[in-house]
Design a protein around this ligand. Structure first.
Ligand code: HEM
Length: 241
């Protein structure tokens, strides 16, 4: 966030406080908690396919699946619209060239990361959630995702960048949340918040990249290669990816 604004924004163009608070609340409370839990679940890849599928793609009840999807998607959609509105010319005023400060760099990286995560999520939700369930009638099988991580370079690159962008956007976004909700107000308290934000970033990155590493490793095993070939045959898919 910008701590050194070059131009004063007229009152009529400022985001109302309630709107800022609501947007950041929806991002932090349901979404961030869900993302931490999602990355944690994905770490089950270290314990093999059955453990991963139980943790990530299986639900005890069909209603639980629909409920989770709505619980994630509604705040995600609202937060996306809220974020995109803040990128309109009247709200988005980078001044990095005139004021090359750390706070201003974070302001621009936060917005770039948000756009990157949006692109990642579009691909991720379709490929890992909607396509397996709607087209093939089952949750994403471990062998399918682990195989792609190992043998299809764009998959692991996009996931690694998606996790990096998410970890940054969430950790840095916590500072905005703390500001909108009046938890930090002074320049000094903002600086004190910084190590917490960096800590959250590193933990999320470690969890996400750790899960990717476990999937990548499993994807190279004979067991996964054969299971994936069986799945593709059953789906009638002949192309390699
Ligand atoms: C470690 C990397 C990740 C892996 C392996 C992974 C895997 C998956 C899988 C397999 C699903 C489908 C779950 C199901 O069938 O119910 C899913 C859903 C989803 N993932 Fe991820 N994911 C990763 C990281 C992320 C990140 C960084 C985000 C960022 C917000 C994210 C957001 C979502 C969302 C929004 C859904 C759909 C919601 C739902 O499951 O109800 N994922 N993920």
């Amino acid at each position: 966030m910008s701590t050194h604004a070059a131009t004063a924004v007229p009152n009529s163009q400022k985001t109302p406080l309630l709107q800022s608070r609501l947007g950041s609340f929806l991002a932090v409370v349901p979404l961030s908690i869900w993302v931490v839990n999602h990355l944690w679940d994905n770490l089950a890849a270290f314990y093999g396919g059955a453990a991963w599928q139980t943790a990530v793609t299986e639900y005890k009840h069909p209603y639980a699946q629909a409920f989770t999807f709505i619980l994630v998607m509604v705040p995600l959609l609202i937060h996306t619209v809220w974020g995109l509105l803040r990128l309109r010319p009247q709200s988005f005023r980078p001044n990095n060239l005139a004021y090359p400060y750390y706070g201003n760099l974070k302001y621009i990286v936060q917005r770039a990361a948000g756009l990157g995560v949006l692109g990642f999520l579009g691909a991720h939700i379709w490929l890992a959630f909607l396509q397996p369930r709607l087209v093939y009638g089952q949750g994403e099988p471990f062998a399918a995702i682990a195989y792609e991580m190992h043998w299809h370079a764009p998959t692991i690159i996009v996931y690694s960048l998606g996790v990096l962008g998410t970890a940054y956007h969430l950790a840095n976004g916590l500072q905005g949340f703390a500001m909108y909700w009046g938890l930090v107000a002074s320049e000094r308290s903002m600086r004190r918040f910084e190590p917490l934000s960096i800590g959250v970033f590193l933990v999320l990155l470690g969890m996400g990249w750790g899960a990717l590493f476990a999937l990548y490793k499993a994807g190279g095993t004979e067991e996964v290669i054969q299971e994936r070939a069986r799945i593709m045959q059953a789906r009638g898919v002949t192309t390699d990816h």
